[in-house]
Design a protein around this ligand. Structure first.
Ligand code: ADP
Length: 453
């Protein structure tokens, strides 16, 4: 059992029972039976079921958002967007069952066709930063491809995911088809990895735990998709709209209080505009509205837990090179103000993923230096390039080793486009048109044609 704490008030919300490995084994057995029933439905029936699920999520979007505000401290405007995103992801992948059409391949002597067969039972292990959204990225395409899904939410933030499973049943789903199993990573998560009946594990979390999942999965040659850490660069060239780059840089890193693997947590600024950029950035950082996540105008809430706040704070010791900071409430709640550092290139604040509202700003000399700095990390998830020179934008985005780049903006997650990392930021891609395929095996069938008599 674990007690859930509201990160903005430190009040106990409720407690949730943690399951053991035997409960996972039982869930896998029931999911295997439910998967066979689900896969036997006509594609149009599975599509209709996913659309019905989306409609029930839509009808409960306000409730899901309020739960995320209380459990995770997300600002209400963000939490509402997240609930709407879950609905949209379900809608988008509702088209999947009728579009996994395989191929007909020309061969001699017969007909050759491919089928996209479901894997069976899929395990989805989610982190605490975007609980319901990240769960939906696994749930929707895996179901669309004919699989059953087990989800293990992060220990601190299980409430919206538990509610999603109830809403699926309300929409008419078999209760064993989508099961949410709260518990510890080392118990429930590890059992997903070690159970031979779980055919794929989709893991989102830290790179250290992702490595363990991948190593464990190797024992069964189990499929994995990994979405891991990031330390993304926001590169500001001297020919860009500097006002806009500075005005949007805070949202690019402080969204969700920096607890975002896509956070642009290293701002790299061309040396000849560095001072001007910092002058423009300071008021933008001070303007970030940090406070009660239930308030409509709040832009940034608290950190998720006391332990996480302590970890973030360790990156800003008393002698840290703080350029300026925003504000944050004092008193109860796990608050941390937006903080801008100007350290040396080798400082651990520049190299480690902090996962909090701390950003470093470094100067670079030219395009080559910018790309070298941006790639000087084990991670490769996202990044932004600010320039009005189209050729430069293309040269630099092609040279950066990262999966999700944006030019003159900080967008990275759209359900209709692929999302994932290079290098130690992960393996495989989620979202986008091809996601259901990553929950299938390709089967090739050759049918011989007899010679005419
Ligand atoms: P954090 O983001 O808290 O540093 P982790 O990468 O450890 O997190 O956690 C992400 C998810 O992985 C959580 O749901 C957590 O419970 C789970 N997890 C932790 N350890 C393991 C493990 N050894 N095997 C599988 N899942 C794990």
């Amino acid at each position: 059992m674990t007690e859930l704490i509201n990160p903005a008030t430190e009040e106990v919300l409720r407690s949730v029972d943690h399951l053991d490995a035997a409960a996972v084994d039982d869930a896998v057995r029931r999911a295997q039976a439910a998967q066979r029933r689900w896969a036997a439905l006509a594609p149009a029936e599975r599509a209709a079921a996913l659309r019905a699920f989306a409609a029930v999520v839509d009808a409960h979007a306000g409730e899901l958002a309020a739960l995320e505000v209380a459990n995770s401290g997300h600002p209400i405007s963000s939490a509402e967007w997240e609930a709407g995103h879950v609905r949209d992801v379900l809608h988008y992948y509702a088209a999947g069952p009728e579009r996994l059409s395989g191929k007909q391949i020309p061969v001699a002597g017969g007909l050759d066709v491919t089928f996209n067969e479901p894997l069976g039972v899929v395990g989805v292990i989610t982190p605490w930063n975007f609980p319901m959204m990240i769960a939906s990225w696994g749930i929707a395409p895996a179901l669309a491809a004919g699989n059953a899904v087990l989800v293990k939410p992060a220990e601190w933030t299980p409430l919206t995911t538990l509610r999603l499973a109830e809403l699926a049943v309300e929409a008419g789903f078999d209760e064993d088809l989508l099961q949410v199993l709260p518990g510890e990573g080392a118990v429930v998560g590890e059992r997903f990895v070690s159970h031979p009946g779980v055919r794929k594990v989709v893991f989102t979390g830290s790179t250290a735990t992702g490595r363990k999942v991948m190593a464990g999965a190797a024992g069964h040659v189990k499929r994995v998709t990994l979405e891991l850490g990031g330390k993304s660069a926001n590169i500001v060239f001297d020919d860009c709209d500097l006002e806009l780059a500075a005005a949007t840089a805070p949202a690019g890193v402080f969204d969700n209080a920096g607890q975002d693997c896509c956070a642009r947590s290293r701002i790299l600024v061309q040396r000849n505009v560095f001072d001007r950029f910092m002058e423009l950035l300071e008021p933008a950082v001070r303007r970030v509205v940090v406070g009660d996540p239930a308030a409509r105008d709040t832009e940034m809430g608290p950190l998720v837990s006391a332990a996480h706040r302590d970890k973030v704070a360790s990156y800003v010791p008393d002698d840290a090179p703080v350029a300026f900071r925003g504000t944050a409430p004092t008193g109860r709640g796990f608050w941390f103000p937006p903080t801008v550092l100007t350290p040396q290139r080798t400082d651990r604040a520049v190299t480690d993923e902090i996962f909090g509202p701390v950003v470093t700003v470094l100067a670079f000399d030219d395009e080559h230096d910018a790309v070298t700095l941006a790639n000087d990390t084990a991670y490769g998830l996202s990044g932004s390039v600010w320039t009005d020179d189209l050729s430069r934008a293309l040269r630099v985005t092609r040279a950066i080793e990262a999966g999700n780049l944006s030019v003159n903006s900080h967008s990275s997650v759209r359900y209709s486009t692929p999302f994932g990392g290079f290098k130690q930021s992960g393996l495989g891609r989620e979202l986008g048109p091809d996601a259901p395929l990553s929950f299938t095996e390709t089967k090739n069938v050759f049918i011989a044609i007899k010679e005419a008599p």
